[in-house]
Write a protein that binds this ligand. Structure first.
Ligand code: PMP
Ligand code: GLU
Length: 389
């Protein structure tokens, strides 16, 4: 076997696997409707395209410092202060090849074999795989639709052991859309106080909130600021998924130096041109742009929730944020992999099985797609469920 044990144990990303399969089926001429990828269907805004064209003409092809050009780091610091009330210095920020890369770097930099990482489930598919690849052990806390997909401070306390190194939070959540309130985050902070546990807070959906306000985890108290690594990027709220721009911000200098060192031996700086586009997005995206996107997603969400809840055997609460529905299908088929495989094969609709998010008996629909496709695809799901044997 040429592959390392570490590599042999790694699973493929289910979100990517299913969206790739749906694309291939479409290329083969099948009329597939894909609700699989969490990818905005909006085009990159014009201001960003213009900024990049200008940057190209000025000559923007040189290496930049490993964490990013000083201008992009300044733009991120400005954004974190303006939107999230977070006081990071540019020197505490590192740009990465998407938020996925930020997370990967952090787990690689801090985990020793056997270190535990607490992950509330349902979770985004990549967390446990990245943790295991880095030698860590994922420890899950289940929170299903009976608790609004949220864990409590008591559940968190019960999972902490001397080996706990990280608490991994993600809100607005992929796949459930759950958003924690400031009080709930403060309660987590109280549980962590006096420990050395780090918090990795994935805030990539921060602006996609429909009910309730988003509060950055690091902003709730000084103690949380010191232990939290804030992760964000432009794939979702900036509608720039293919640009691969993510970043991490942390007040832990030792960690920042380690990640810079890791990048100095792996990717070096992220693409210089992408950094120019990112500055335009971070500083130039207007409130009106965000409102437009949010209103559009909100009306798609309302349509999809209403249509799904009309289907006997399926149910979904209205999500507060992000652009996914995490639909309970236990009454039809508790095996979510079987449900989604048959749904794709027999009804030409691609959805992601809940088991990939750590929760069987559910499946995920991305509503980052146009209303006609939502109506057509959900009508196919209704027919499929009606005839399910
Ligand atoms: N975190 C969550 C919760 C996500 O849904 C995604 C989606 N890709 C990412 C991180 C990674 O985003 P990026 O495209 O910036 O790597
Ligand atoms: N995050 C998106 C999703 O959950 C994109 C695919 C991925 O990177 O996992 O579908």
């Amino acid at each position: 076997m040429i592959l390392s044990k570490r590599m042999q144990a790694l699973s493929e990303s289910l979100t990517i696997a299913i969206s790739t399969k749906a694309k291939e089926m479409k290329q083969q001429g099948r009329d597939v409707i894909s609700f699989s990828a969490g990818e905005p269907d909006f085009d990159t805004p014009e201001v960003i395209k213009d900024a990049v064209k200008k940057a190209l003409d000025k000559g923007c092809g040189k290496y930049t410092p490993i964490p990013g050009d000083p201008e992009v780091l300044k733009a991120i610091a400005t954004k974190l202060k303006r939107d999230n009330n977070l006081d990071y210095k540019p020197s505490q920020i590192i740009t990465n090849v998407g938020a996925k890369h930020s997370l990967f770097n952090i787990f690689q930099a801090v985990l020793n074999d056997g270190d535990e990482v607490i992950i509330p489930s349902p979770y985004w598919v990549s967390y446990p795989e990245m943790v295991k690849f880095s030698g860590g052990v994922p420890v899950f806390i289940e929170a299903d639709d009976t608790t609004g997909f949220k864990i409590s401070a008591e559940q968190l306390r019960a999972k902490i052991t001397p080996k706990t190194k990280i608490l991994c939070l993600n809100h607005p959540n992929n796949p459930s859309g759950a958003i924690y309130t400031k009080d709930e985050l403060l309660a987590f902070g109280k549980v962590l106080k006096g420990t050395e546990i780090l918090v990795v807070s994935d805030e990539i959906y921060e602006k996609l909130t429909y009910n309730g306000e988003f509060v950055a985890v690091a902003s709730v108290s000084d103690d949380m600021f010191k232990r939290t690594i804030t992760i964000n990027g432009l794939s979702k709220c900036g509608a720039m998924p293919g640009w691969r721009f993510g970043y991490m911000a942390s007040a832990i200098d030792e960690l920042n130096s380690a990640v810079k060192k890791l990048q100095s031996q792996s990717t070096s700086n992220i693409a210089s041109l992408v950094q120019c586009g990112a500055i335009a997005s971070l500083l130039g995206q207007s409130d009106a742009d965000i409102e437009f996107m949010k209103n559009e997603y909100k009306s798609r969400r309302d349509l999809a929730v209403q249509l799904i809840n009309k289907i006997k055997g399926l149910s979904v609460p209205t999500p507060d944020g992000a652009f996914y529905l995490f639909v309970n299908c236990k009454a039809v088929e508790p095996d979510s992999m079987k449900f989604c495989t048959r749904l794709l094969e027999e009804a030409n609709v691609a959805c992601v099985p809940g088991v990939g998010f750590g929760m069987d008996g559910y499946f995920r629909i991305s509503f980052a797609t146009d209303k006609e496709s939502l109506k057509k695809g959900i009508a196919r799901i209704a027919e499929f469920v009606k005839n399910y044997r």
